[in-house]
Design a protein around this ligand. Structure first.
Ligand code: SAM
Length: 502
């Protein structure tokens, strides 16, 4: 069946079975999974059922599935019995493309180039619950029908490929670090050909029947994704939207219900939960005849065409600045209060600089302000986030400075040569994904120190309680306080000469 044709045969879901202590292939024993009545049990714990699969040919669920080398436990309801020992599947009878479970392990997935630390993981319970909940849909999906959005480091994409033989996946990840981690993990697992990376554009979801979505924390980010899927995926698309319970809010239901007819919450497992979302609502399907044009006829072409409300834009009269923002961009169309404080002293930052870098540019407020205030300057605005980069490009256009600001998606300053910059300005992140972690800021300081020329300046604004002055002194060079208010500190760090050591 071709993507987008709508109807297809799905295998029957096995309800409410309990498979005590079933384990994922390669799962450490401390992370044994108990299948409750929420998601169906992992496929290798289900009775053998024939199914018709338009994409993968006809096969039986048990003979065609990868199985754990060892599955402990017996049935507690419904007469279903999980064998204690399941033989390792041989090449014969395995669905084409389904990895030998011996080849794939969630434990081997890594986060690099993102910060790695003992308390930061590449795969979590939400990834596993999403894969379990969507097991039937993934198994019956034809190549090209599955889309993955928000995969952190590849657990979802590579899990779907290895455990369910899914191929032709289209994947969108906002941070370039996530994209690079997926690529590296895919190469390490021999699954690099199972997917392709996309921007958040209609082509990502065109005709898709199954969407695995890691719920973003921002409601605007969720709204943009939901609208895109409702507008361009197959009319009978099912979205499996999951996350850790502590990051989920009821407001997410409302956002999803603005674009879909139904949202069903599954049971929580290991502090994760999955929402099953169906029925793209007509009012959520943008671009259909009868849709209203956007209120602002001058709105720049959005990535979904004129009917889309993204990027949103707002004029800040006090600064004389337009700010454009896609849903996942930091601070949206508002101006962060730390950034606003930094702007009050920015004129003093290397006034003679011919070039400057806005590091972690978000919507591009700092880059646009610099370019507007200094007609001769050339600015590089860089961010790891696809939404930030798309937003910053629109911000530059809206403020008439696009010819002097290059916007690039990059992990820190990996594309910039050493000792090449006169001035770098940063409002550093303090989150890595959902976790508050100083490593995110320190990584940017490290790269700024590499890219600044000797005597070059790093201007940073930070929440005073974070105490970044000492690391800035150590990493970059002599650091002075430029301004401080009740909440924020602005510092100027001068890159020391190599000869004076770091
Ligand atoms: C606190 S926000 C500041 C955004 C913008 N400069 C402003 O002032 O509104 C930090 C930004 O850093 C970006 N960021 C985080 N880690 C990054 C990395 N490793 N490389 C590039 N950008 C990064 C985030 O995507 C986010 O846009």
């Amino acid at each position: 069946m071709t993507a987008g044709s709508g109807a297809r045969t799905r295998s029957t879901r096995v309800p409410d079975r309990i498979c005590a202590n079933a384990s994922w292939p390669g799962a450490p024993s401390r992370e044994r999974i108990v299948c409750t009545s929420g998601p169906p049990p992992p496929r290798w714990c289900r009775p053998s059922t024939s199914r018709s699969d338009a994409g993968g040919g006809s096969l039986t669920a048990t003979s065609g599935r990868p199985r754990p080398l060892e599955v402990a436990g017996t049935s507690r309801t419904g007469g279903h019995r999980c064998p204690r020992q399941v033989p390792r599947p041989t090449g014969r009878g395995r669905k084409e493309g389904v990895a030998d479970p011996g080849d794939f392990s969630f434990e081997r997935l890594r986060r690099r180039p993102d910060v790695e630390a003992p308390n930061l993981f590449a795969v979590d319970a939400a990834d596993r619950l999403l894969l379990d909940t969507a097991a039937d849909a993934l198994t019956s999906a034809a190549p090209g029908e599955v889309v993955v959005i928000g995969d952190n480091y590849g657990g979802l994409t590579l899990g779907a490929a290895a455990l369910y033989g899914v191929r032709g996946m289209r994947v969108h990840q906002d941070p370039v670090t996530a994209e690079r981690a997926l690529a590296a993990n895919a190469a390490g697992s021999g699954l690099a050909d199972a997917f392709e990376s996309f921007d958040l554009v209609p082509g990502l979801v065109d005709g898709a029947n199954v969407v695995l979505l890691r719920l973003p924390r921002s409601l605007d980010a969720l709204a943009e994704v939901a609208q895109l899927v409702a507008a361009h995926a197959s009319a009978d698309v099912t979205v499996y939207a999951g996350g850790m319970v502590k990051h989920l809010t009821r407001a997410m239901n409302d956002v999803l219900l603005a674009s879909f007819a139904s949202v069903r919450a599954g049971l929580a497992r290991q502090k994760a939960r999955v929402l099953t979302v169906e029925g793209a609502a007509p009012e959520g399907r943008l671009g259909l005849p009868g849709d209203e044009a956007p209120a602002d006829p001058a709105a720049p072409e959005g990535r979904f065409g004129r009917q889309s409300e993204w990027p949103r834009r707002e004029y800040h009269a006090d600064l004389g600045l337009w700010v454009c923002a896609h849903g996942a961009a930091f601070a949206g169309t508002s101006i962060d209060i730390g950034t606003r404080f930094l702007l009050t002293v920015l004129a003093a930052a290397r006034p003679d600089a011919r070039t400057a870098i806005d590091l972690g540019c978000g919507t591009g407020v700092i880059a646009a302000s610099l370019a507007r205030a200094r007609p001769g300057i050339h600015v590089i605005a860089t961010d790891q986030s696809a939404a930030a980069v798309a937003s910053a490009r629109e911000t530059m256009l809206a403020n008439g400075v696009a010819d002097r600001v290059d916007v690039v998606r990059d992990d820190a300053l990996s594309a910039q040569p050493a000792s090449s910059a006169e001035l770098i300005v940063v409002n550093p992140p303090f989150h890595i994904g959902a976790a508050v972690h100083a490593g995110a800021a320190l990584k940017l300081f490290d790269d700024a120190a590499r890219v600044l020329e000797p005597g070059g300046e790093l201007w940073a604004v930070w929440n005073s309680h974070l105490g970044y002055r000492t690391p800035l002194e150590r990493i970059v060079g002599p650091t002075t306080q430029v301004a401080r208010n009740a909440k924020f500190t602005v510092t100027r760090s001068v890159r020391r000469n190599e000869s004076s050591g770091r």
